[in-house]
Design a protein around this ligand. Sequence first.
Ligand code: F0G
Length: 457
Amino acid sequence: MELPFAESWKIKMVEPIRKSTRPERELWMKNAHYNVFQLKSEQVYIDLITDSGTGAMSDRQWAAMMMGDESYAGASSFFNLQSTIQKLTGFEYVIPTHQGRAAENVLFSYLVHEGDIIPGNSHFDTTKGHIEGRKATALDCTIDEARNTQLELPFKGNVDIKKLENALSKHQERIPFIIVTITNNTAGGQPVSMENMRQIKELANRYRKPVLFDSARFAENAYFIKTREKGYADKSIKEITKEMFALADGMTMSAKKDGIVNMGGFIATRLHNWYEGAKGYCVQFEGYLTYGGMNGRDMNALATGLDENTEFDNLETRIRQVQYLAQKLDEYNIPYQRPAGGHAIFVDASQVLPLVPKEEFPAQTLTIELYLEAGIRGCEIGYILADRDPVTRENRFGGLDLLRLAIPRRVYTDNHINVVAAALKNVFERRETITRGVRIAWEAPLMRHFTVQLERL
Ligand code: F0G
């Protein structure tokens, strides 16, 4: 008989987690104003709020930490990290930062100015924030198909080349660079194909514009290219990674995702002017150039994490687990953004709770229901996150309303995933009884998602 699939690692250290009772969760959720960001982690049984900084490091990474060089300037850990990044990406210049948004802040301080337009595929919130905060525009050129959750496409994170060309021809003077987010988090952890990256680069060259990759989940993107795109089945993840980055001029990285560290990030580029321009901002905002916001030990752990997570076995174990959750939801007919993405399942709340009016935030309601059901913490990626229109102050109901179940790397077993799926099934089965959602009692004027206070209706 063919042997079944199993994880490419075994467990050396464990952390106990605790179940709670429904009355306990009712009280905790009320005290948290029905906002899961306000819960204490010990009030959570299975935590799927994010895959960012929540992964488990390997024995090699912990060993590398012990060898960290904490020298202020010229630390060996920096050169170790730099040479790993150079080997993986082909980018010559490396600036460490304390996380992804810090890399954006440092680089965009040099690159983005008032009135600029930065086209890309579903800019992540902080990326958009760093663009809009500089009075520039983040122009979303993602393919329209990404908005239909039930459509199965292998590369649903792609840039629409026509939309991009349109933007370039119309606003050529105002575009400092093009940004491509791999994988496309906001569209559901959906990958971008090599063919799409090649077309973007050709177009960019024609208009003499550099291309920046927001690379938080680049290794997962490479896995999808290997397993889905013609001509890549026999290439290694490291070969595919190199080929992807050859189609960009630089990258910002949140190392908390595919670097499998709890904190860290960096900028890497082949452009001397980007490096020279960003350097000063790194010193001003983050720290001196050979640590930029990171400890020596963390740079060492990151170098090892990047090396490990660009190996097929590690990625296969991870992405198969996300797909396993999707398979369970298929069994129960629960709709989600198809196909399963690299780091999370995005449940389509408007289809799961059709009786909850959009003004009462269905995805947030589903997030609350799942927590009350079994202590599982997901995260709303929907109408609350979308904030209000800055001019009209109306809620933005134009996008998708999703519950994201982000899977931390190397943390939970498939047994935990079974619990998540069963809990969601229980909520789904009583969906007819869930007719009311929540209303906002208090919200911050900007980025209300993290602090909003809600009341149940
Ligand atoms: N880019 C992408 C695509 C991201 O998903 C994130 C973070 C960032 C940039 C910013 O990186 O958190 O290190 O400052 N995403 C997390 C998430 C927070 O939960 O999806 P950071």
